[in-house]
Ligand binder design. Structure first.
Ligand code: CUA
Length: 318
């Protein structure tokens, strides 16, 4: 049944720790399988002994005289004490070895990304000034260090296919290293209950070859593109959006919500809640509470014309 459950979780889009694509995730996967096989072996032996005892009891009725067996005491000592001590010690040694390997903090990280947890989204800050949200690009074949913290409650940064969970704790910076050789988009999820929209606190780590990654980072580092139509930017700047959001290269410099400098380059809105389409963006701006009840962003009191201009402007921020 365990195996069946494990197999099911490998299907579909849901990320599974049993489909490891990063070096530390591979270690966790190896440990998981080792523990599973040992547990199954122990289960098989115990079930076998119980079956033997049951059949013998049925054959011999209640007449079995336990004290007549020469093997009773040595068996209890070996199977009840020595074997469990050997197995548990072995598993402990392997666990500690893997734990050390995946939490090692060397100086070998080639890129450090700061990730800040918010209720309920992820802010990612790159060296060089790029700031993005919920979609974190990394280069393949390089060790990438995530320095994680939070500005509100405890969250947990977890991308099952790449790395172990790491808690984001107020006032503290925790570190997790990620290294993968396989390009792809890996879904992550907040793994510590953090309030109403905990389940809608997803993220994506996009691993791509270094050349592609460099092009992406160069674009994200640059200030926002000048809009084709100034009216859109003007509408944005006179809206309440600027109180909470930054668009680098403009007067918008709020820090409460995600940096929108390249918002159109992202696939989703609301930390993986909805696709980043024109219609969804308009709905989100008009009233995020219908999409993600409890989110910090309030409904925007705005005319349809203004909304249209702002959506047009934001869609140009690639
Ligand atoms: Cu953030 Cu759960």
């Amino acid at each position: 049944m365990l195996l069946a459950a494990a197999a099911v979780s490998c299907n579909g889009d849901a990320p599974s720790v049993l489909d490891p694509q990063g070096e530390s995730a591979q270690r966790i996967d190896g440990l998981w399988w080792l523990m599973l096989w040992i547990s199954l072996a122990v289960l098989a032996v115990v079930a076998g002994l119980m079956a033997v005892a049951f059949l013998r009891g049925r054959r011999e009725g209640l007449e079995v005289d336990a004290s007549s067996s020469r093997w009773g005491e040595p068996f209890v000592v070996v199977a009840g004490v020595i074997v469990p001590v050997v197995i548990l010690t072995g598993v402990f040694v392997v666990s500690v070895r893997d734990l050390n390997a995946i939490t090692r903090e060397g100086d070998d990280a080639e890129l450090t990304i700061e990730v800040v947890g918010h209720m309920w989204w992820w802010e990612a800050r790159y060296p060089g000034g790029a700031v993005t949200a919920n979609e974190i690009h990394i280069p393949t074949g390089q060790t990438v260090r995530f320095e994680v913290t939070t500005v509100d409650v405890i969250h947990s940064f977890w991308v099952p296919q790449l790395a172990p969970k790491i808690d984001m704790v107020p006032g503290r910076t925790n570190v997790v290293d990620v290294r993968t050789g396989t390009p792809g988009t890996y879904r992550g999820q907040c793994a510590e209950y953090c309030g109403l929209q905990h389940a809608n606190m997803a993220l994506f780590v996009v691993a791509e070859p270094p050349g592609e990654f460099e092009r992406w980072l160069e674009n994200e580092t640059a200030p926002a593109a000048s809009p084709a139509d100034q009216a859109g930017l003007d509408a944005f700047l006179r809206s309440s959006c600027v109180g909470c959001h930054t668009v680098r290269g403009t007067d918008a410099s709020g820090t409460l919500g995600p940096d929108l400098t390249h918002v159109a380059s992202r696939e989703t809105l609301g930390a993986g809640t909805i696709e980043n389409t024109r219609e969804n963006l308009a709905d989100w701006i008009a009233n995020p509470q219908t999409v993600k009840p409890g989110a910090v962003m309030p409904p925007t009191e705005i005319s349809a014309e203004e909304l249209d201009l702002i959506v047009e402007y934001l869609q140009g921020l690639t």
